[in-house]
Design a protein around this ligand. Structure first.
Ligand SMILES: Nc1ncnc2c1ncn2[C@@H]1O[C@H](COP(=O)(O)OP(=O)(O)OP(=O)(O)O)[C@@H](O)[C@H]1O
Ligand SMILES: [Mg+2]
Length: 269
């Protein structure tokens, strides 16, 4: 087993990155019985809070920054459910850049530190998901360099594809500058505002820009229940919960199809 590593990206705040990385991890682990590690690379720790709350965990003691300091991420892995592990983040992680600059003088070493430390963990998982903050930063650089694939969030109600486009052009920059070897797994439309519907012209533009095969057929709709889970934790008690889960089950199934295609192409290249 060697994990496929996926970062959920968009250089805009509040577009649903964290919700998608947590829910994709959750469905893979609970429904598809895959071994999953969720890595929280955001000092805000939103993914950690949501996962901990969902599993009834009330104290997180070791966090990702300690793992970076001790050059050992395995020591900060927290088991959440039978198949889901979490590397949690907390505000202390805000000093990541200072730490990297004092540890390494070479910028390639600085941005590949996560990749290096994740390597020995890959044998334990089918999937590793990485949640990142919305900034171009040492967090997102490290996540990009450590990942095989990026899942890009598209705000499907906006006329502009700004956050998604910026992400793609930055990916290109990283590939040119540092030989980043990361594939676009796909572009997932998400509706963040209530009462909204997919703006078809945005999807058409995304299709032109990213290619038809790359835009997900599944769409994450605005669901109040998904927001409510921030307070209650992820539940599965009524039909609203089931509907919210189904949205991500569809996404995970589509990820599987896309990955199969990538692996086939890889094999015959
Ligand atoms: N499909 C959805 N329907 C309703 N609310 C959602 C949906 N997806 C996310 N939200 C809510 O929108 C807010 C922002 O989502 P989220 O934290 O996932 O975005 P983000 O891109 O990770 O933000 P940041 O850039 O701050 O990390 C949260 O309150 C979340 O619960
Ligand atoms: Mg987030």
């Amino acid at each position: 087993m060697t994990a496929k590593t996926i970062v959920v990206g968009n250089f805009k705040g509040g577009v649903g990155k964290t919700k998608v990385s947590v829910m994709a991890s959750w469905e893979y682990a609970t429904l598809l019985n895959k071994k999953v590690l969720l890595v929280d690379m955001d000092p805000q720790g939103n993914a950690s809070t949501l996962v901990a709350r969902s599993a009834g965990i009330d104290a997180i003691d070791k966090t990702i920054f300690e793992g970076f300091r001790s050059e050992d991420l395995q020591s900060v892995v927290m088991n959440v459910t039978e198949n889901l592990d979490l590397i949690p983040a907390a505000v202390s992680f805000k000093n990541f850049s200072k730490f990297l600059y004092s540890k390494f003088s070479n910028d390639l070493d600085q941005i590949t530190y996560l990749k290096k430390l994740l390597e020995p963990l890959k044998a334990n998982y089918d999937y590793i998901f990485i949640d990142v903050p919305p900034t171009i930063s040492d967090y997102s650089d490290n996540a990009m360099m450590a990942s095989d694939y990026v899942l890009i969030i598209l705000q499907a109600q906006e006329l502009s594809l700004e956050g998604a486009e910026k992400y793609i052009s930055y990916l290109q920059f990283m590939a040119d500058e540092y030989d980043a070897d990361i594939q676009v797994l796909g572009v997932l439309p998400v509706l963040l505002r209530a009462g909204g519907r997919v703006d078809q012209s945005t999807v058409i533009r995304a299709t032109e820009l990213f290619g038809e095969d790359n835009v997900f057929k599944s769409v994450i709709k605005h669901l109040e229940r998904l927001k409510a889970w921030d307070m209650t934790g992820i539940r599965n008690d009524d039909h609203h919960d089931r509907k919210a889960h189904q949205a991500f089950i569809d996404v995970v199934n589509e990820i599987e199809e896309k990955l199969e295609r990538f692996e086939l192409v890889g094999k015959y290249e």
